[in-house]
Design a protein around this ligand. Structure first.
Ligand code: SF4
Length: 314
């Protein structure tokens, strides 16, 4: 029986960003250098497949530092940690490696500088996300207010509206954030903006790549984990363009009913999803469809971040 035709428009860039690549490499090199086990506080990046692969190599994932035994190295995840975490590690004499993405660290340093300059920071982000917890942990309690929506920005009644600054999480929706920032700028004309956009290059590029193909697609499949902020945002970006969109953690999570009547599928992956999982999904689709693949490149990325000094010498 001939298989029905299915066109795949594959977004580029997609998948791993420079920060995720670096974080995974840090764990791998730490295992090579210090031997297993190497402890990792929090999922190094939000992807189960990555976490399981690193576990197989000798990484042990824990939620909190007090679960790390004395005398073994510990790695902090790409999302960043509150200042108290490295301080507690140092107090216990633990050797630690910080896999915080340099673009998250940049937001941390800006938060410190703004607070030192006496500003109150409005931080646009999602409550409970580890990056938000890490960034709030750079400044004294009360120095920063979390804003999750344009409605919250409208309702806000700051004590000193002339003395505000804003920062954002790196993995937000570019469009939703623009709405919130427009409210800030209208209501608080003196608000200090960050020197450069805090939404990182990888998040913006992946969203732009989805936008470029979404209207040509009947369905957008986003390979990524439900707790991966930038992956969930990619689903929302496609939906905003009027295209049905689904998050697919692994190929086996695909529901064939989603493909009923579908002729063109858009495919992308969040910044923490390995390309292997994209190929796995394409291979599964090919078992039932005659696939035509077309990669649509909107930007070429060539950024790479340096490893921590301790590992460069390894
Ligand atoms: Fe860094 Fe952006 Fe990747 Fe997050 S998504 S790890 S901020 S490059």
């Amino acid at each position: 029986m001939t298989k029905p035709a299915l066109t795949l428009l594959i977004a580029a860039p997609r998948g791993f960003c420079a920060g995720v690549d670096r974080a995974i490499r840090i764990v791998e090199l730490a295992i090579e250098r210090y031997g297993a086990p190497v402890y990792v506080r929090h999922e190094i990046v939000h992807n189960k497949f990555v976490v399981e692969s690193l576990k197989a190599k000798g990484a042990v994932f824990v939620k909190e530092l007090d679960q790390v035994p004395d005398g073994v190295p510990v790695v902090f995840s790409a999302h960043g940690v509150p200042k108290v975490v490295p301080a507690a590690a140092a107090e216990r004499g633990l050797s630690y490696l910080d896999a915080t993405c340099p673009l998250v660290s940049k937001v941390h340093r800006q938060a410190e500088r703004l607070v030192a300059a006496g500003k109150h920071i409005l931080f646009v982000g999602h409550a409970g996300h580890p990056e938000v917890i890490g960034t709030f942990g750079q400044v004294p309690p009360g120095a920063m207010t979390l804003i999750e929506s344009a409605e919250e920005a409208e309702r806000l009644a700051p004590a000193d509206p002339a003395n505000l600054a804003f920062l954002t999480q790196t993995t937000l929706s570019v469009d939703d954030t623009a709405e919130i920032l427009a409210v800030f700028e209208r209501r608080f004309p003196d608000i200090v903006a960050p020197r450069a956009d805090d939404i990182c290059y990888a998040t913006s590029n992946r969203q732009a790549a989805v936008k470029a193909i979404a209207r040509e697609c009947d369905l957008m499949l986003v390979v990524g984990a439900p707790n991966s902020s930038n992956s969930v945002r990619l689903v929302e970006v496609a939906a905003r363009e009027g295209t049905a969109a689904r998050l697919v953690e692994r190929a086996q999570c695909l529901d064939w009913a989603w493909l009923d009547g579908v002729k063109t599928v858009g495919l992308t992956a969040g910044a923490s999803a390995p390309e292997l999982l994209v190929r796995e999904l394409i291979d599964l689709l090919a078992t039932r469809y005659a696939i035509t693949e077309r990669e649509v490149v909107t930007t070429v990325e060539d950024l790479a971040f340096k490893l921590p000094r301790e590992l460069q010498a390894a």
